[in-house]
Design a protein around this ligand. Sequence first.
Ligand code: M6R
Length: 613
Amino acid sequence: MCGIVGYIGDRDATPIILNGLKRLEYRGYDSAGLAVIQDGKIEIRRDAGKLAQLSTLVNDQPVCGHIGIGHTRWATHGAPSARNAHPHLGTTGKVVVVHNGIVENFLELREELADEGVAFNSDTDSEILVHLIERYIGGGNGLVEGVRLALKDIKGAHGLVVMSSDEPDKIVAARIGNAGGVVVGFGEGEMFIASDVPAILEHTRKTIFLESSQMAVLKKDGVAVQTLDGKRVESPIHSISWDPVAAEKGEYRHFMQKEIHEQVRALTDTLAGRVDFEKGQIRLPELNLTPEFSKRVEKIIITACGTAAHAGMVGKTLIERIARIPVEVDIASEFRYREPLVNENTVVLAISQSGETADTLAAMEEARHRGAVVWSIVNAIGSQAMRLADGQISMQTGPEIGVASTKAFTAPLVDLYMLAVLLGELRGTLPAEERRKLVSDLRLIPDLVGKCLNREKEVQQVARAMKDVKNMLYLGRGINMPIAYEGALKLKEISYIHAEAYPAGEMKHGPIALVDQDMPVLAIAPRDPWYEKMLSQIEQAKARGGNVLVVSTEGDERATKLADHTFWVTETPWMLSPVITVVPLQLFAYHIASYRGLDVDQPRNLAKSVTVE
Ligand code: M6R
């Protein structure tokens, strides 16, 4: 997972950057590099592999200066290699960039720049940025203006840090959307910049956090923050607590809130190294999947508990639609006791954030014992579920601390989508054109999640209005039906409000009797293939006096006319829509629990890892 560190001051930047990157090592990465301005010239050291390799390189070819930037990379575009590692240097050799995020329109921009005569030195999307900046520097424009104009050309969510040997008195940083944070640290006659607080904590506790669409210009004696339109901003100064747990929360009140916001980065990392946007293909090497086996699979059983099982329910629709393999979703605690019918052509796919859930492990063992092939999608590296599986997809979310799972829900949704596409290709059920479209859609996801997060204040207002409700009913259909289950589970577990979820079509078979003014109904109704059906369910709830909340696509007036409260989401290709529609529901549950003054991160009676039956 990409990390950024930068320094400007009187000390030698190199060891500060290397130490800062070391503090981010736990996030995982596959290459690392740094750039320092030494005697007026940008010197770069970068390599594939771990920081130890970069340190050896720096020992062999020392570099020393008072301003520098560094990066740990988790490959998205282009293999992990020295040439693809950041920092990326421009054609003039005078501008250098480190970057987190995905440039969504990278193929178009690369073509455009190539037509202008730019030669590329890497396969990355990030290199585009340095060439764009160089395009705009000159003719009176300095580095700040060059960065500002370049950012107008790119789509997606980004965090980036730039320096120029022509202006060695400053570092320019920017944040667009939520591709992870950008934090500025204040020292005495020195300044720091990083993607994450731990990278700079040994030097300072005094920080500011950039908001989306803001830029920071760091000089050794201070920082100026401005919007992308050039308007000056006064950013609040945060004093980071000395308590390591509080320090890790950074700008957020709770881990759950932090982890909801981390989804943009977690999803970017989920795509890293697995999606080839140019060829329109997916690679999942840890799965050991051959074309022969893909064709032989007769059935997939997804087994999991709680939130992970809800992810599996979305996976059922995806795999059945795209790869045309029948999928069952089995709650792990039930699977093991029902003498499941599996054989060597059955895949039992376990999903688990902790990889230590007793019921899920037992289900995996039962599946193995009965001769099935066992796969896992797991977050905790080295966990039992990872070790028990014949093939696996590791979630790339980083540790999840809040008991209520959030980023470890959306990451497996994307993993399952990628799995469906790969199986579809290998089995020949997915035409190439369609495959390219499905793969291309993935690049939109981090930014679309970021757009939902930008609406947090609106969700918070609804949460304030609803904080005292006693019951809620969540409804969804089709691919968004599991999101109703997930939204209700989030509300139950952290706010202790009774919430039930139903496939909306089931209402008329009983639950509609519950609907009155004391039973708010939350309907998930984005513009997906089940949209019209959802509208009629909303009308029925409204006709019975229900207080209706709707998750709705921006600009959809039909759904909103019926709603008392609306959670807006940006239009999303329907097969990926659950990744987006769940975000307001996570925020809603979080803010309700927060208003109720509850222990959000450690709700009563629950544990992060359920290692008992
Ligand atoms: O670690 P796992 O993903 O296997 O855990 C499964 C469930 O215990 C877990 O998802 C639980 O439902 C969460 N508290 C949901 O937020």
